[in-house]
Design a protein around this ligand. Structure first.
Ligand code: ADP
Ligand code: MG
Length: 247
């Protein structure tokens, strides 16, 4: 469902992604870990074409986009539609209600009628536990509620895969669980998900596969049980020592 081959990206002289090969089946949940600055966000942003990659190719579903000086715009557009993205900062429209935020994409990108988009948006807000907050603006919602609106908004575009970039990092600990519950439910429903996160317990629980990134490369990958308990790379071990709660 997601495949990258030799995916690379530079910002000026800095090689931020340096040949990422990744393959992920439909319904698989992959968790992306690694130190700050290792390229997790850039990887997700390339998949979603918020950044254009400069080497290699990206496949999501049946669309493959080759790197090139003039990327194929139609394929870029389709990769964006295929991948729902959820950010650390929720990026909701501040002057619109939760319902309007979720309706916006389906109405103006997918061309749905207000009635159609509204019905889907209400169902999705209910799914993330916010049926009674449809008419609230972001400023009237907690961070956890705003993030759940952002997830509903991404789902409203009927993506084939969901990309999460540290979705709970901006939240107080007591608000994280309500967002993680939504992610867990999506995983249970069979959504294909790629999640950058520092929530190791959560990662261990829902991940089929873990990628450890360092310096723009995948330094180690494997099932969570092995990566967390018996990593083969010293770098992975060092990272986990810093981040895992002491046993
Ligand atoms: P992570 O999400 O793992 O913390 P990022 O993908 O955000 O890492 O960043 C990887 C590297 O790329 C960092 O060194 C960062 O400073 C750099 N970088 C990210 N975005 C840009 C940009 N738009 N312009 C220049 N450098 C960037
Ligand atoms: Mg990041």
């Amino acid at each position: 469902m997601i495949r990258t081959e030799g995916l690379g990206k530079s910002f000026g002289a800095a090689r931020v992604l340096d040949g990422i090969d990744h393959a992920q089946q439909r319904g698989e949940v992959v968790v992306l870990i690694g130190p700050s600055g290792c390229g997790k966000s850039t990887f997700l942003r390339c998949l979603n074409q918020l950044e254009t990659h400069d080497t290699g190719r990206i496949t999501i579903g049946d669309v493959t986009l080759e790197a090139g000086a003039r990327p194929d715009r139609e394929k870029q557009r389709r990769l964006r539609l295929f991948s729902g993205m959820v950010f650390q900062q929720f990026h909701l429209f501040p002057h619109r209600t939760a319902l309007e935020n979720v309706m916006e994409g389906p109405r103006f990108v997918l061309g749905q009628t207000a009635a159609e988009a509204g019905a889907t948006a209400r169902a999705l807000l209910a799914k993330v536990g916010l049926a009674d907050r449809a008419d609230h603006r972001p400023s009237q919602l907690s961070g956890g509620q705003q993030q759940r609106v952002a997830i509903a908004r991404a789902l409203a575009m009927k993506p084939q895969v969901m990309l999460f970039d540290e979705p709970t990092s901006a939240l107080d600990p007591e608000l994280r669980d309500e967002v993680l519950r939504v992610l867990r439910r999506l995983a249970d429903e069979g959504m294909t998900m790629l999640v950058a996160t520092h929530e190791m317990r959560f990662a261990e629980e829902i991940a089929d596969h873990v990628l450890f990134m360092e310096g723009g490369r995948i330094a180690e990958s494997g099932p969570p049980g092995r990566i967390f308990r018996d990593p083969s790379q010293e770098r992975t071990r060092e990272f986990l020592r810093k981040i895992l709660p002491k046993a």
